[in-house]
Design a protein around this ligand. Sequence first.
Ligand code: PGA
Ligand code: ZN
Length: 415
Amino acid sequence: MARITALSGRVVFDSRGDKTIEVEAAVEGAVGRAAAPAGKSRGKREVEPYPPGGPEEAVKILKERVAPKLIGQEYPGFTKLDQMLMEIDGTPNFSSIGGNTALAVSVALLSAYSAHRGEPLYSLIAQETKQEPGLPLPLGNVLGGGKHAGEGAPEIQEYLALPLNPRTVSEAVEANIRVHRTLGKILSKKVSGFPLGKGDEGGYAPPISVEAALDAVVEAAQSVGDAMGVKIGVGLDVAAGSIYDESSKRYVLKSQGLYLDREGFLSYIAELADKASLVYLEDPFIEDDPEAFAALRKQVPKTLVCGDDLVVTRRELIEDCLRRGAINAAIIKPNQVGSLYLTWLAVDACLRGGAVPAASHRSGETTDAYLSHIAVGMGCRLIKSGVLGGERIAKANELLRIGEKIGGSRVRRIS
Ligand code: PGA
Ligand code: ZN
């Protein structure tokens, strides 16, 4: 027997100091806990994170409408549980109970079941998805701009380091930390008076142009890669929705003096990819323009062109973009769909379609580390979870702990 014996919620704070929901659950008295993250540059087709009254109302709904239906029932695994939560919600986008409520309930119950069984979370997930557990390569945000930083930082949101051939997961994590540290030294020299301030995801947020930022990151990655004997690629999350001006239909990079239409921006991004040998490009265009993604892919066949706002962790959108040749990678953010089960369907669509699934944190995070278990247990090739900051390093350290169990050298590859 594995009955659900307790389920309750509370409001806690995330890494940005915003309120979020945390759920505490018990299975046969064994306790599990999970909190939900929050995005700032959100896709239009993400589910509603909360009912209209925010996290407080979510906690009330959990107590009055969700807990009474689940307490006393046998824990059925996340596939069935999440379907029950969708039924309780009764809307297509979790606007009644909130996607963050549903996700936190699902993960808290899975964690409680994991404590009850004495089996790690990643292993239970892998049993349900029928995947062989393996470690994802860490995509590390070392420099941040756009909506994740203040005025004056470069407009492109994330500058990422990606160790491509690490011998162990520990070496991969260390490589990203060293790129972050080396970048700090480079920026101190190049940007006079820059006090090494950081953006929401722990990357430096210097007052420089997009291209100066990218140059500095390429230099840091190269120097650390040479020193460690590891190939370290560089990537960008353009988060194009944040730099697109609807009224003029232009992509705006003020730091570069650029106001580009769709075609102009396509050439610009392709040139940037070529110049910096980018291995990864996320959301290079707005989410309504998968055709632009497809055109770019033809120009940069070696680069992972990844959809985030474009596909919002939804199986049908990923499948559609794969059919169009728009992407060969997709960001997997469980709270974009509010469900572990729907998250798995999205990962599965990637794996079936030959695309790279990349588990991802949000800019507003908690110190929970279940994202690492999801990545390991669902077959994600990459994990984007930041480099430094307690809420970011928590995910990296969890990968090291999982590595001790399954073998630290079982790091997945992207080619
Ligand atoms: P968000 O953005 O978590 O602020 O929505 C992260 C991303 O665009 O990858
Ligand atoms: Zn993104």
